[in-house]
Design a protein around this ligand. Structure first.
Ligand code: ATP
Ligand code: MG
Length: 871
């Protein structure tokens, strides 16, 4: 039966090469493990580079993989050609100094013609201009017609990157027939149209290019091939583009149904559909591989692609959040080959939903602003400042701004944009302070060897002083109180790395004592002891004792081992998506940052803390061993993301509970940690949480402090530690009750003075005016009083004011008779309140107001009298 499905092709390829004695390995992550020069894995050979260069030994000299790849360089092609995606899978067979051209091409031919059954007449081959060897293999050994072997130049068929290993390649093309062709009578492989589709590239790494540009023969030439899985599926399924193959079509259909359009009707819409189809695959796999959206590096690529997909959704008229649903479809069609997608499904969706929501909140606003910018544009270029504002405030990746502008034939002043970006970076750097001064120090000119560290087992040792740097200069000796950095040939001081801070202590010679306040790793693994001379003289060339502060080191060790246990407990409690994102191990505390998308509830946090402590009580032994990296990984040791490891790694295990690659210092048994206490949990970035915790002595100190405080509180409330909580509770109740009582008494006291107040009434212009100054009466009680007085006075006007500390309360009440004679409570209160620095007003018969200045109450009440006099 003919193999056509993408998943079956993948399997048949790997099976085929397994039958040719290749070691088949599953896809590496999209994030390069150790290659700092590469942002994302872009070819099957990329994660195998160290096997090609000989830095590492491969598990087998023949290997085959199906590698997930990202090519952001093809971003602009996506949707416009039939053969480009940003995310795709690459099938590849590799030879590390094993077989060469003949086998590679022959096996390749066997696979495509015999296993896949591609018709020989539709197959073409290209070779490098001068590569007669490959030409002859195609012609004489494989037997392709000569007119279907095309010689192409350097940019098509020679692989090289600067100096180093390089070589010619040979590519296999499939002729899809005239219906996909262009009108050029010369159309053949190499033409950019869709008729001849390149699907398999065989690279023959046979030269080593030197600095003078000479191509020297490599002793052991290598083979590196790459065949796009989606492309070969496209050929096998005889569909127009890779977007229509079985797996991609599944996602594409979901996009089309979300958009409620008919695919293929409108070319512009089809492009958007393909872009979304590709991008949602890309972001799903990027998040799977631990990338989180942010503004730099891979995180930026993820953010850019996600936001681009979102915007194309808007162009198609899709409302609201939609990418998260599409992720389901991607997982559905990819889970057979990548079961880890199912395990991390919730996590992936959460990360994408958060980012999508974040962008949704600002995109419309940003688009409106960009529209305004475009309308106001004088010329064809948008200023860098404006593009930066869109980026900074509305989250528009500059590429998105560029793309939208390009649709209108406009562009961005990128240079100015980059300048703005640079300025922002500098501002950030200035805020952080310059930490790299040490790197430029005088030591870089010396040829001192790397320091040997022997502090894992010993805290004290002997060494020789190799160099002293004081105020940026190399010096021979150092006098009392002088600050300096000292390099030794060997040391027991641990230098800051892996999140663990450097050791402190003393370096003693026969004629002086140097206090070490910090230890860091300098250039070329030279340990730099920073500090000052406490006594005597320190000289280059003399021997010394290295004395590490034991308490300090042990505290760090406790926190470091505790960090490993916490890491594992978090994974167990929250899920496998928990990955270390940062860590700080100090003597006084530990800080652990990890990927997790939501806050941890107090209950879960408490159970995590409890579980860590339970592990401590198990008295698990801590063991370290040196292993080859591959062996360590095979044993299941946790390696950190993006960390570079040498051939030999140090593996730290806590019982058989936790196993991590780690260069730090640890206790020898978990029970030495004593106790573990979490002191805070918080979010520090999208999808990253932080836990701070303490151990050992620090927990004891913390508990003592809490206990002392409790004792003090108990003493104040005349209780004991046991009943202090109920005591405090009943005291609070009591205070509340008393407060109420006081209020009541105040108002009663005021009422009982009613008669006196009424007696003081003055008759002015036929109105009985009653004014009174009170203290501590709240507005509603004041109103009650005014009512009572009004009832007892005919034709009365009552104005009361109460001084309530920070505030003044005022009320005025006028009877029918008083109103008839011209009094107006609202107007009166308005004027009077002003005097006390407040305002208010109301109806003719009743009005209330507030004021501020209690000392003005007398003046205010006198004003009432004069107002009535003036009627
Ligand atoms: P093209 O010229 O078509 O972009 P390429 O020369 O960049 O291809 P290689 O770098 O040789 O391709 O990669 C090896 C194989 O990987 C190609 O033959 C092709 O089958 C596949 N491939 C490369 N780029 C993509 C892509 N963007 N999407 C899907 N498959 C790809
Ligand atoms: Mg390409």
């Amino acid at each position: 039966m003919k193999i056509t499905g993408l998943n079956e092709i993948r399997k048949s390829f790997l099976d085929f090469f397994e039958s040719k004695d290749h070691y088949v390995r599953k896809s590496y992550s999209l994030v390069p493990e150790s290659d700092k020069s590469l942002l994302l894995i872009n070819a099957g050979m990329a994660p195998l580079k160290t096997y090609f260069t000989g830095e590492e030994t491969p598990p087998n000299t023949k290997m085959a993989t199906c590698q997930r790849c990202m090519r952001t360089g093809d971003l602009d092609n996506v949707g416009h050609t039939s053969r480009h995606a940003t995310f795709f899978e690459m099938l590849g067979n590799f030879s590390f100094g094993d077989y060469f051209k003949v086998e590679s091409l022959q096996w390749g031919w066997e696979y495509i013609t015999e296993v896949l059954g591609l018709p020989v007449d539709n197959l073409w081959a290209t070779v490098y201009l001068t590569d007669d060897e490959a030409y002859d293999i195609w012609k004489d050994i494989i037997g392709i017609a000569e007119d279907r072997i095309v010689r192409l130049g350097k940019e098509d068929n020679f692989w090289e990157k600067g100096t180093g290993p390089c070589g010619p390649c040979s590519e296999i093309y499939y002729d899809r027939g005239e219906k996909y062709g262009c009108d050029n009578p010369d159309c053949k492989p190499g033409c950019e149209c869709d008729r001849f589709i390149e699907f398999w590239n065989h690279v023959f790494t046979q030269f080593d290019k030197d600095a003078e540009g000479n191509y020297n023969d490599l002793a052991n030439p290598n083979i590196d091939t790459g065949m796009g899985l989606e492309r070969i599926a496209c050929i096998m399924q005889d569909v127009e583009s890779i977007f229509e193959i079985d797996t991609m079509k599944h996602v594409l259909d979901a996009v089309v149904s979300k958009a409620g359009i008919k695919y293929g009707e409108n070319p512009k819409e089809s492009v958007s559909v393909k872009i979304i189809t590709d991008h949602v695959r890309a972001i799903t796999f990027m998040v799977l591989d631990g990338i989180l959206p942010n503004n730099e590096g891979r995180g930026y690529v993820l953010r850019k692609i996600l936001r681009r997909a979102y915007r194309h959704g808007k162009l198609l008229g899709i409302d609201g959040i939609f990418l998260t649903d599409l992720v389901n479809e991607v997982i559905e069609i990819s889970k057979a080959a990548y079961p880890e997608l199912v395990e991390k499904k919730d996590y992936i969706k959460k990360v994408i939903a958060l980012e999508e929501e974040r962008f949704q909140q600002t995109i419309n606003q940003g688009l409106d602003i960009l529209k305004d910018y475009i309308n106001a544009l004088d010329g064809k270029t948008l200023s860098g400042e404006k593009a930066f504002k869109l980026y900074d405030t509305y989250g528009f990746p500059v590429d998105l701004t560029k793309e939208i502008l390009a649709e209108e034939g406009l562009s961005v002043d990128e240079e100015a944009f980059n300048e703005e970006m640079q300025k922002q970076k500098e501002r950030a750097r200035a805020a952080r302070g310059d930490q790299s001064a040490w790197e430029k120090s005088a030591l870089s000119e010396t040829d001192i060897a790397a320091t040997v560290f022997n502090g894992y087992t010993e805290l004290e040792g002997q060494a020789k002083i190799m160099a002293i740097v004081s105020e940026g200069e190399l010096v021979d000796s150092l006098g009392q109180d002088m600050a300096a950095e000292i390099v030794l040939d060997q040391t027991t001081f641990y230098a800051e790395s892996g999140g663990q801070v450097g050791d402190i202590g003393q370096i003693k010679t026969s004629d002086g004592i140097f206090v070490v306040k910090d230890t860091v790793k300098g250039l070329m693994d030279r340990f730099v002891h920073k500090g000052y001379v406490k006594e005597g003289l320190i000289q280059v060339g003399t021997t010394c004792d290295t004395l590490v502060d034991e308490d300090n080191r042990l505290s760090s060790a406790r926190n470091h081992t505790a960090t490993h246990i916490l890491h594992k407990v978090l994974k167990d409690a929250l899920g496998d998506h928990v990955e270390q994102k940062g860590s700080l191990v100090e003597p006084s505390k530990l800080r652990f940052d990890f990927s997790h998308f939501e806050g941890i509830t107090p209950d879960t946090l408490a159970s995590i803390e409890k579980e860590v402590n339970r592990r401590l009580f198990e008295t698990l032994p801590v063991q370290t061993e040196e292993l080859a990296i591959e062996d360590a990984k095979k044993k299941g040791a946790t390696a950190l993301f993006g960390e570079k490891y040498g051939d030999k790694v140090r593996v730290v295990s806590v019982g058989d509970f936790s196993m991590e690659l780690c260069g730090g210092t640890h206790v020898s048994n978990a029970s030495q940690i004593g106790l573990f206490k979490i002191v805070s949990e918080s979010g520090i970035a999208a999808g990253v949480r932080r836990i701070e915790a303490i151990t050992g002595q620090a927990v004891y100190n913390y508990l003592s402090e809490v206990e002392n405080k409790m004792k003090h509180v108990a003493h104040i409330v005349k209780g004991t530690m046991e009943d202090v909580d109920t005591k405090v509770e009943s005291l609070t109740q009591e205070v509340k009750a008393l407060h109420k009582e006081v209020e009541k008494m105040k108002s009663q006291a005021a009422s009982s003075g009613l008669e006196d107040i009424i007696k003081g009434a003055k008759e002015i212009n036929g109105i009985f005016v009653v004014t009174a100054k009170l203290a501590g009466v709240q507005p509603n009680n004041l109103r009650e009083l005014a009512d009572k007085i009004s009832d007892k006075v005919n034709d009365g006007l009552v104005v009361l004011a109460s001084d309530n500390g920070e505030k003044v309360a005022l009320i005025a009440m006028a009877s029918e008779g008083a109103i008839a004679k011209g009094a107006h409570a609202g107007n009166i209160i308005k004027e009077v309140a002003k005097i006390t620095g407040g305002g208010g007003g109301g109806r003719p018969n009743m009005a209330q107001a507030g004021g501020k200045d209690g000392s003005k109450i007398d003046e205010a009440l006198n004003r009432v009298l004069s107002i009535i006099e003036d009627l």
